[in-house]
Design a protein around this ligand. Sequence first.
Ligand code: GAF
Length: 384
Amino acid sequence: MSPADIDVRALFRASFDREPDGVFSAPGRVNLIGEHTDYSGGLVLPFAIDARAVIAAAGTDDGLVSMVSAQRPGAVVTVPLAGLAPGAVDGWAAYVAGSVWAAREAGVAVSGLALALDSTVPSGAGLSSSAALECAVVLAVAGLAGQSLEPLEVARIAQRAENAFVGVPCGPMDQTASAASEAGSVLLFDTRAGTIDHIPFDPGAAGLSVLVVDTRVSHSLADGEYGRRRASCERAVDILGVEQLRDLRLDDLAGTLAALPDDELRRRVRHVVTENARVVQVVELLRASRIDEIGDLLTASHVSLRDDYDVSCAELDVAVEVALAAGALGARMTGGGFGGSIIALVPTASAAGVGDAVIAAFAERGWTAPVVRPVSPAAGARRD
Ligand code: GAF
């Protein structure tokens, strides 16, 4: 997954017969904790991983966005700037065209672009390959226009591309993690306040590692379940008469739940309220250099996502259970769910054993072999 494997300048030269004006990149992410809270004003705690979307880019005057991707070798795809609008482009090119569109909507001047893309962020693994691509494109468009955007602005534009152009109703976490993370820390993002804080996160210093296990069950946020979870949260907000679920307090939870009309809605709300509380507890432990004590909170998050929010699946559950049985201090699904990846916090000395145990458990069940990778907090989007 190393960015060093990427030679996007060579792809640019071969495709456009000139040198790029710059190279820009943005990372994928895992979320340590704070899942399905970012569209209710909640708290999230992701970090960028050492897998990036990389773009070699040049400005042109031809009124076109011309793009080529190392993941989809073949002809250069060309889209006229004049016709850029939601619905005008589909497939992988929509993520790129949508990010250009959103950047222009935000006031960035563009007269034409040539872009060569490559990425080491696996797609469909729940590691935010699309957010990485969107943030890298927004950074490239702004960089070529000589405009410097704050990370939160890059994230806001990239999220708009995903929501309004690609048509996926995601919250702000993934783009913010990609744009604003810093190496060596997790990003505490308060989605209600719109503020971020970098909290040092160095599992290695405590003899620990974070493993990502990609179940290879491909998830799609566009398939309706994600939107249904959002709709449930909005319904609860209406019934309870609050502005956002973030306004609900853990110590009033019993009363809040009693005011809701059905069990499903009660479970959805219970997940969101308890998950925000777990983020606060993890942050307190990290600030107190007690990283080895966060494991139970990670696992409790998984249980809540599985039983209350109903966004897990058999492969994610088995990966978590087997990782815990093999020595992980805590494990949970990360990202939107319905497939994708888990993270496990493991003593570094047991990391290989935990990975092997999950691989063996999948083989026993006849499932596609999962991919296990160690991750550590990497830098956010940047001009390379
Ligand atoms: C996906 C979404 F894109 C995020 O906004 C977030 O809601 C996440 O699922 C769940 O925490 O990654």
